[in-house]
Design a protein. Structure first.
Length: 339
């Protein structure tokens, strides 16, 4: 009798363990193949370089440059043939701008794909530079997040050549970085609130948050919890898709689409915000409004040693694999609502 109870307990514990892994890691997802699309890796590199070098720094305190970045994104969106507009973001006496381009019909559920174009600045550090900033205080922001914006620009070009059958909205957000990080001042918070106020149905939102750093070196990938190393690779050679526990089914489908778009490994995680990094981007703003939202990322500071550093420069990124991330997101943008 005692043995039977012990075996039953082991079975229950095993079932819980398997269920937990399935809920968190999303194993055994069958890829949903999609037609290949040509993503211009050289153009991705040129856009990241322009944003992180020519438009440096793109931080909230350097208003002229952040405005130049907004105009650059607007012009590139306009060249794609989509319907382009600005959205004002008011913070005290300052006016910043989101940049939006729309494809497909104006009605029906919309798929929102966004990336923030501002870069990190530590204005509390003194600098001897006459300009009032230097790479020590104001990061170039190549991976964070010129990479996401470059991906957004390439998506606009691809969608312009083949408009989707459903509504897709690409948004370049202002003010994701501190001091506005995780506040109602974020550009994404303004956009999410506007969608809610307008009664717009959102199929899902996808945040492109740092998509350019990859490594095949063993031990190059870190995790916020030690045990996660048993569930995920120790090499930073993959892209990750992040979502809430409540969006399990939707994340599973998005993962299948991404996995079927290229040979780049795609991993995923459903987890509560208590896990470090789960809500560290613009998708958080849409969670606040009750919308399903996800993040696509190279895992940021869990992989990169250049996060918020002067060394976050365009020459550190892997544009070939970054192009595969864009392929995967394009497949999500184009995929019909049901298979």
């Amino acid at each position: 009798m005692l043995l039977r109870r012990f075996l039953l307990l082991l079975a229950v514990l095993a079932s819980i363990a398997v269920g937990t892994v399935a809920a968190v890691v999303q194993p055994f997802v069958s890829p949903l193949p999609s037609p290949p699309v040509a993503v211009d890796a050289a153009r991705l590199k040129a856009d990241v370089k322009h944003l992180s070098v020519d438009l440096y720094p793109r931080s909230y305190d350097q208003f002229d440059n952040i405005e130049r970045a907004a105009r650059f994104i607007h012009d590139e969106f306009a060249r794609s043939g989509g319907r382009v507009s600005y959205q004002d973001v008011a913070v005290e006496e300052s006016r910043y701008r989101n940049v939006i381009v729309r494809f497909g019909p104006d009605t029906g559920p919309v798929r929102v794909i966004g990336a923030h174009y501002d870069s990190f600045a530590d204005v509390g550090i003194d600098t001897d530079d006459a300009r009032g900033y230097s790479p020590r205080t104001h990061t170039p922001g190549a991976d964070d997040n010129a990479s996401g914006v470059a991906g957004l620009l390439e998506l606009a070009r691809l969608l312009g050549r083949k408009p989707p059958a459903h509504a897709v909205e690409l948004v370049a957000y202002t003010l994701e970085e501190p001091p506005h990080f995780r506040t109602g001042h974020m550009g994404s918070a303004w956009h999410a609130r506007a969608l809610k106020a307008g009664g717009r149905e959102v199929e899902f939102m996808l945040s492109l948050e740092m998509i350019g750093r990859f490594s095949d070196r063993p031990g190059s990938q870190r995790y916020p919890l030690r045990g996660m190393g048993h569930l995920y690779p120790d090499r930073g050679d993959f892209v990750i898709l992040v979502g809430r526990l409540s969006d399990f089914r939707a994340l599973r489908r998005l993962k299948a689409i991404m996995a079927g778009a290229s040979d780049l490994p795609v991993h995923s995680i459903n987890a509560p915000p208590l896990l470090q990094g789960i809500d560290f981007s613009d998708h958080l703003s849409y969670w606040h409004e009750g919308y399903p939202a996800f993040m696509v990322s190279d895992t940021a500071f869990l992989r990169s040693d250049t996060y918020h550093q002067a060394s976050d420069t365009y020459d550190k990124l892997d544009y070939a694999r970054m192009a595969k991330v864009v392929q995967a997101v394009y497949a999500i943008a184009q995929r019909p609502g049901a298979d």
